[in-house]
Design a protein around this ligand. Structure first.
Ligand code: F0G
Length: 389
């Protein structure tokens, strides 16, 4: 063995192999030794100290949880690995979901990894091309329906007999979960939207990682709210670590919806249907009471942010920090900027903003807001001129 190789091996042994998400947090997850060890390398995402953007917004201790670094480019993979592993363990032959794109991409990938069929119901014409291709190219059978995400979710719940699940959810969400249903062609199909508590359980791991990386709970956590599964999961995770005695405090939870899709904001009309943050354009979040609990128990807020506020934060993030997220993921940065300006939060606190998905999922909106490309003769002199050197 060469010296270099020996050195590398020693380093790897010292730092430990990167543990799989399910194994790392098994004590907090609904898994057993019988749960199949499916993994695509999910979790373990970077927590980046955003010094420049923090300075621009007025938050010196702004940290970004970069969830676009997950295998399919969004936070959904954390919950999906658990939901699909459990579906497989429970004998499912297929998984099904409604989606604005990211859930579909993630379900497709993990179903493929587990050897299960994947069925997706989407709102027609509203899915970013990258996400749609992740599902189609990955072998999911995709059905587009007229209407919005809410219609698609209603349909898949009906198909799997999970109609009233979220309304009847107990605090940990598990009690009324039947998990699977035999329908249609007699297939054993499991619903893997976040009304499936295994999704929420897996998504808690992001809260665990935040605490593990910071060495304690942050003062605030800000994140986008769509179907409200993620804010529910973070709050559950922070509580689980506190209850286990691993940490004493819990953060204040700040959720941000895209204006036009904001029923949690009391008195806010569900107005203009268009928003740049199509991934979170949801009229009737299935886990809304989980979101309201996170808000009320933590003394937090759930607010709407406008398209213009999102676009500004989205661009600043890319230019000041080098992180290209999808537009919906910039909603919490837009919201934080406003709350600091209003004096509504303590800007001296440690604040984590969750960037839920990768910018390359939907470059079309970016193209509309990007500067013009320069052109030049194919010579050094030509390029010099184009650059104005
Ligand atoms: N950010 C992104 C990029 C999303 O795709 C979603 C939800 C959210 C935030 C909101 O998370 O629903 O747990 O409150 N996307 C779902 C989907 C609806 O189908 O991919 P949530």
């Amino acid at each position: 063995m060469s010296e270099v190789l020996r050195h590398l091996r020693q380093q790897q042994a010292a730092s430990g192999a990167r543990p799989r998400l399910i194994q790392r947090y098994a004590a907090f997850l609904p898994v057993t030794s019988a749960t199949p060890p499916i993994t695509l390398g999910e979790g373990n995402t970077p927590l980046v100290h955003a010094r420049s953007l923090g300075r621009a917004i007025g938050i010196p201790e702004l940290h970004l949880k970069v969830e676009g670094m997950n295998p399919t480019g969004s936070f959904k993979d954390r919950g999906m690995v658990v939901a699909v592993a459990r579906a497989f363990e429970d004998g499912a032959e297929a998984v099904i979901c409604a989606s604005t794109g990211n859930t579909a991409a993630s379900a497709t990938a993990y179903a493929a990894a587990a050897g299960l069929e994947c069925l997706v119901v989407l709102p027609a014409g509203r899915i970013a091309r990258g996400k749609l291709m992740q599902a189609l190219f990955g072998g999911a059978r995709v059905v587009a329906v007229e209407g919005g995400f809410d219609d698609a979710l209603r349909i898949v719940r009906e198909l799997t007999g999970e109609g009233g699940a979220s309304e009847a959810t107990t605090p940990d969400g598990a009690a009324i979960w039947a998990g699977t249903a035999r329908k249609g062609a007699g297939k054993h199909v499991t619903l893997v939207n976040s009304v499936n508590p295994h999704r929420i359980a897996g998504q808690q791991t992001a809260a665990f990682e935040v605490i593990d990386d910071l060495g304690g709970a942050p003062d605030y956590v800000a994140l986008p709210v769509g179907n409200a599964g993620n804010i529910t999961a973070y709050w559950k995770g922070f509580n689980a670590y506190r209850d286990a005695g691993l940490v004493e405090t819990r953060p204040v939870m700040l959720g941000f919806q895209a204006a036009g899709a904001a029923p949690l904001v009391v008195g806010h009309p569900i107005a203009e249907p268009e928003t740049v943050a199509t991934a979170i354009r949801i009229g009737d979040p299935a886990s809304w009471h989980g979101a309201v609990r996170a808000r009320d128990e933590s003394g937090g807020r759930i607010e709407a942010v406008s398209d213009d506020e999102i676009l500004e934060a989205w661009r600043d993030l890319a230019r000041l920090e080098g992180i290209f997220c999808e537009p919906a993921s910039a909603a919490p940065l837009a919201g934080l900027r406003r709350l600091v300006a209003e004096g509504a939060i303590d800007p001296g606190g440690t604040i984590v903003a969750v960037l839920t998905g990768h910018g390359l999922k939907d470059p079309e909106l970016a193209a509309r807001h990007a500067p013009e490309i320069l052109t030049a003769e194919p010579t050094a002199e030509g390029v010099r001129q184009a650059l104005g050197w």
